[in-house]
Design a protein around this ligand. Structure first.
Ligand code: NCD
Length: 307
């Protein structure tokens, strides 16, 4: 295993299964380590450079850093920075890199995080690069599955929704291909999973594309629901065709295995009915807490506070 200290986190493919499991193991103990040593990241500063809206990713990275004794600079309002004056991304990164020890970036362009990592001397963490990837979300999704199901191997996992523009499912498919799982991809024709992700994943694990959730609802262990990524549609009329095309209700939950779980990276719009929130299968708010643990673990490893 390569040491974590100083590494970038751009794609889930940057990590082997052994390394992923190591990060998740560390997430199990990070709260204990933080209470023994609440200043483990004292003196370290993280820049949050977000060019797209975010609640969970931004706030959880910020709290993760602060819970470990580190500090943060939030630059998520590009209008208040020199980007407004026409400064480009690489110059901005080069500058910010002088002030901080780690940069978390979210940007609408694919390849943006990779570019930032090439320019910065300090580690860069991808907090979402267009429709491409969201690697830390995939890590917290794997952690949620492991915590709630006790294992990842041997499970049947279905993704439902916008598999074309949703970056979380791109990262999670590739990350899951390290495990012995079966993957079902359920979406309307227009929102089918990106071909390159299907190609990569289906070489490593069984993947089946399904039109109708009813075909598989009774057998899945994990139902991973996603929002239609309205902001990524080039054409509004295309969005109107698929809007509201799926919605998880109590009727679905009744047909699921009793110990199956429902996940969602959030924000939810209307794809999961609010009545589902009260069912024991609903894990999407617990998933949020697991995200904090995984991001604490990742920061502690990358900044060299834990081995
Ligand atoms: C996701 C994202 O930004 O890709 N949100 C998140 O980080 N939890 C999912 C989404 O926006 O639908």
């Amino acid at each position: 295993m390569r040491p974590f200290k100083g590494r970038d986190v751009i794609s889930v493919l940057d990590f082997t299964r052994e390394e992923i499991d190591y990060i998740l193991d560390k997430a199990d103990s990070i709260m204990g380590l933080a209470s023994e040593n609440p200043d483990m990241l004292k003196g370290k500063v993280m820049a949050i450079l977000f060019f797209e809206p975010s609640t969970r990713t931004r706030v959880s990275f910020e709290t993760a850093m602060k819970r470990l004794g580190g500090a943060t600079v939030d630059m998520s309002e590009p209008r208040r920075t020199s980007i407004q004056k026409g400064e480009n991304l690489t110059d901005t990164i080069r500058v910010v890199d002088n002030y901080v020890d780690v940069i978390v970036i979210r940007h609408p362009l694919e390849g943006s995080a990779r570019l930032a990592a090439e320019v910065a001397r300090n580690p860069v963490i991808n907090g979402g690069s267009g429709a491409e990837e969201h690697p830390t979300q995939a890590l917290l999704d794997l952690y949620t599955i492991r915590k709630e199901k006790g294992r990842i191997d041997g499970l049947k996992i279905a993704f439902v929704g916008d598999l074309r523009y949703g970056r979380t499912v791109h990262s999670l498919s590739m990350a899951l291909s390290n495990y012995d799982v079966k993957l079902y991809l359920v979406s309307p024709e227009l929102l089918r999973m990106r071909r390159e992700v299907v190609e990569y994943t289906s070489k490593r694990i069984p993947v089946e594309e399904v039109d109708d959730l009813d075909e598989i609802i009774e057998e899945v262990d994990v139902l991973y629901v996603t929002r239609i990524q309205k902001e990524r549609f080039a054409d509004v009329s295309e969005y109107m065709k698929v809007k509201g095309s799926y919605r998880i209700t109590l009727d679905h939950v009744k047909r699921m295995k009793e110990d199956a779980i429902i996940m969602h990276p959030l924000p939810r719009v209307d794809e999961i009915d609010y009545s589902v929130d009260r069912t024991p299968q609903a894990k999407y708010f617990k998933q949020v807490y697991y995200g904090l643990l995984v991001r604490m673990s990742l920061l502690a490893l990358i900044l060299g506070a834990v081995e």
